[in-house]
Design a protein around this ligand. Structure first.
Ligand SMILES: Cc1cc2nc3c(=O)[nH]c(=O)nc-3n(C[C@H](O)[C@H](O)[C@H](O)COP(=O)(O)OP(=O)(O)OC[C@H]3O[C@@H](n4cnc5c(N)ncnc54)[C@H](O)[C@@H]3O)c2cc1C
Length: 389
């Protein structure tokens, strides 16, 4: 959506396909980081964006066993907004779509599912999509796969995937929010269990972390045991825990970390999770996808305006974005392997690893995770002009 918006704003004809009828997927993340807020400011959209319902998180505390670790402090990040805006991603996408529609070159097709690529002489020249009104064939100078971690586009393009592996899955469910609940988005790890709770206004979006493939074990233990585990992490949910009526109320989200060896082939580029699936650790995948979109627009808008993009220009997008992606994936792997996996497989109460203790003892170090998560490495800036209004 961000790439479609930026290209249409630069006067390039764009078709954005979305397979669903709306963006209301409750498994979308909610974090809009300082780097993305900075881009909204550069686009002149920040003020209006922040009028949408959201909460602002400037500090994050995580409970590991008995210790509360003040892990992240965004108050010194080098951006105008020194907080993460927690906003449901459907609001963010609807906002971008509404702004995209201001440009005549922006065409959004909902309920249009890309099913196959059109490939001629080894060059991708378009794609086929399924819609309620029948099949659609779209010819394009460039097809961009931004269809997430189960990307059809990358699969049809035969791009080689390197699986990095993620030892966790997530059970995703809602609990109502009540008067007297904390406002804070929180995380808590104990022996054999972990949960993150996102404040979504009138309800908590809960992410209960299990070892990969552990869903069958959870179901075998039964619903009362699962509810009890949730309560051990968040006892204040006791008065509403029976809102989880059955395992139908609990969705399994599989976590993946992978990356394409090459993000492109002639006529096609992948960005976001389609190029590099991100784990929820750090809650940065949305922002990384947005950064990819901005880099792709910066590099490709002018070539697209004057003609067809070359392979070297597509490679330049990967060259620009691969390093920041690798840094974040590395961080996610370290957190998964050194903190999450040991805690989930142990019966002893977890203790914060040494590096987190350092952060606890030396407050100025809290700026470092804030910088990596909130801004990332090699932050992008909007370089595309506004040509069409
Ligand atoms: C459990 C979990 C929690 C997470 N929480 C967070 C978080 O809080 N913050 C964060 O920053 N990151 C989070 N992430 C990571 C984040 O979700 C992704 O990194 C990010 O959404 C990637 O954005 P994207 O636009 O590349 O793909 P997606 O957000 O997956 O978007 C892909 C879009 O393409 C559509 N689509 C798919 N296939 C087709 C098709 N064939 N044709 C047409 N449309 C199609 C989908 O409907 C979807 O709208 C989480 C990940 C997981 C697994």
């Amino acid at each position: 959506m961000m790439l479609g918006y930026l290209l249409a704003r630069a006067g390039i004809d764009v078709v954005v396909l979305e397979k669903h009828a709306d963006f209301l997927r409750d498994f979308r993340g909610d974090t809009v980081h300082p780097s993305t807020l900075e881009l909204m400011r550069e686009l002149g959209l920040l003020e209006e964006f922040l009028k949408l319902p959201h909460s602002e998180v400037s500090h994050l505390t995580f409970q590991i066993g008995a210790e509360h670790i003040p892990l992240v402090d965004f108050s010194h990040v080098p951006t105008h907004c020194k907080f993460v805006a927690l906003m449901p991603q459907w609001d963010f996408l609807n906002f971008l779509a509404a702004h995209g529609k201001r440009y005549p070159a922006f065409h959004l097709h909902m309920r249009a599912e890309a099913t196959d690529l059109i490939i001629e002489n080894d060059i991708v020249t378009g794609l086929r999509a399924k819609t309620p009104d029948g099949d659609l064939e779209i010819r394009a100078d460039l097809v961009v796969g931004c269809d997430g971690r189960h990307s059809t586009v990358r699969e049809r393009a035969n791009l080689v995937v390197e699986d990095i592996g993620a030892p966790i899955d997530v059970l995703w469910f809602r609990m109502s929010r009540r008067d007297g609940d904390t406002e804070e988005t929180t995380g808590h790890i104990e022996a054999g269990k972990m949960m993150i709770m996102l404040n979504r206004g009138d309800y908590w979006q809960c992410a209960y972390v299990i070892p990969k493939g552990g869903i069958e074990g959870v179901k075998r233990e039964g619903l009362p045991a699962f509810r009890a585990r949730v309560l051990e992490l968040s006892p204040f949910l006791r008065d509403r825990i029976d809102e989880i009526k059955s395992f139908d109320d609990v969705k399994l989200l599989t976590v993946a970390i992978d990356r394409l060896r090459e993000w492109h082939r002639p006529g096609l580029l992948c960005i976001g999770d389609a190029a590099h699936a991100m784990s929820p650790v750090g809650g940065v995948g949305i922002n990384l996808a947005v950064q990819d979109a901005v880099a792709a627009a910066n590099i490709l808008a002018e070539p697209l305006r004057v003609g067809t993009v070359t392979r070297a220009q597509l490679a330049a997008v990967q060259a620009r974005r691969a390093f920041p992606m690798r840094v974040i994936q590395r961080m996610q792997v370290i957190v998964q392997n050194r903190l999450l996996s040991p805690a989930l497989s142990s019966s002893a109460r977890p203790k914060p690893p040494f590096v987190l203790r350092l952060i606890m003892w030396l407050p100025f170090l809290r700026g470092l995770p804030a910088r990596i998560v909130g801004v990332g490495v090699r932050p992008e800036h909007v370089r595309t002009p506004e040509r069409a209004a």
